[in-house]
Design a binder for this molecule. Structure first.
Ligand SMILES: Nc1ncnc2c1ncn2[C@@H]1O[C@H](COP(=O)(O)OP(=O)(O)OP(=O)(O)O)[C@@H](O)[C@H]1O
Ligand SMILES: Cc1ncsc1CCO
Ligand SMILES: [Mg+2]
Length: 269
């Protein structure tokens, strides 16, 4: 792996990528702070009036349907068209796509536009892959291992890299696959951690040649920073500021030394 997480982090910090984040109301502030702490430059530019124009100048685009509405979806469509026209990577976060007919319809429509990376919890990836999901709201209710085959099928169908997050994360491009360990049990007790990770996947994709490496880089950065922040945290409240500090403090060398990445044997079609 030439594009190690540390190599990508060094590139990101040398030239902070502009990342256009179309995300939900809950995540906007949290995700912007996560990107700044990690070393990227976030911009929450969402309305169709300008989102397509902005996508042409951003290094990457991320689209999250957490608090979707028809005008929001119009903004996402325009931005995706702009990113595609400019040849920029874009990331889809299908928040709670299993929950309602509207979410199922919009997430299927956006996935069919072939995102560079799709990132969700196991319940969301199972649902997007057309399988039964135990998820109800925005939290994952299924084990990551259950969603691995669905992730592989989704990756092949849309030529996307698919990331399933949970206690151990899974990433696949339909041929290659890997697991990333680390993080903290306080992470799912902090809202918008997954949404923020989706935005960080955009930042890594902006500086990487291969979106599979980009996804692993973002996952490893979260996992290592999460493990550091866990030390001394009394609970989810004190974890949150420690996590921002740790995202900022981790060096490329330490990221490569501490990242726990296992490649998974290829599974033939
Ligand atoms: N039990 C756990 N132990 C360690 N890390 C975890 C655990 N659960 C989740 N994480 C980490 O938390 C981050 C967010 O993943 P999660 O699956 O909770 O996203 P999500 O459900 O989409 O979150 P949200 O929608 O609230 O933003 C990932 O980096 C993941 O590795
Ligand atoms: C809590 C919540 N509700 C809609 S989006 C969101 C952020 C976590 O996905
Ligand atoms: Mg989520």
């Amino acid at each position: 792996m030439t594009e190690t997480p540390g190599t990508l982090l060094a590139a990101l910090r040398a030239e902070p990528p502009l990342v256009q984040c179309i995300t939900n109301y809950v995540a906007m502030n949290i995700a912007a702070n996560v990107l700044l702490a990690a070393g990227a430059s976030p911009a929450m530019v969402a309305d169709a009036e300008e989102s397509g124009e902005f996508a042409r100048i951003a290094g990457a685009l991320t689209v999250n349907i957490g608090t979707l509405s028809p005008p929001f979806v119009d903004g996402a469509r325009a931005a995706i068209a702009g990113a595609e026209a400019a040849g920029r990577p874009w990331v889809l976060d299908p928040v709670a796509c299993q929950a309602t007919a509207y979410r199922r319809r919009v997430s299927a429509e956006l996935a069919a536009l072939r995102p560079t990376i799709i990132r969700g919890n196991a319940s969301e990836i199972l649902s997007l892959a057309g399988e039964a999901s135990r998820g109800q709201g925005v939290d994952g209710r299924d084990p990551v291992a259950m969603a691995e085959d669905g992730a592989r099928r989704l990756a092949r169908k849309y030529a996307s890299v698919v990331v399933v997050t949970g206690a151990v994360d899974f990433v696949t491009d339909g041929v290659r696959a890997a697991r990333v360990e680390g993080g903290s049990p306080f992470m799912p007790m902090n809202t918008a951690m997954g949404c923020s990770l989706t935005c960080l996947c955009g930042a890594y994709a902006a500086v990487a040649g291969d979106p599979f490496d980009a996804a692993i880089g973002a996952l490893a950065h979260f996992a290592v920073a999460g493990s550091h922040a866990h030390e001394g945290a009394a609970g989810p409240g004190s974890f949150a500021p420690r996590f921002l500090d740790a995202l900022h403090a981790v060096t490329p060398e330490r990221l490569d030394a501490e990242a726990s990445i296992q490649s998974v044997e290829e599974v033939s079609e």
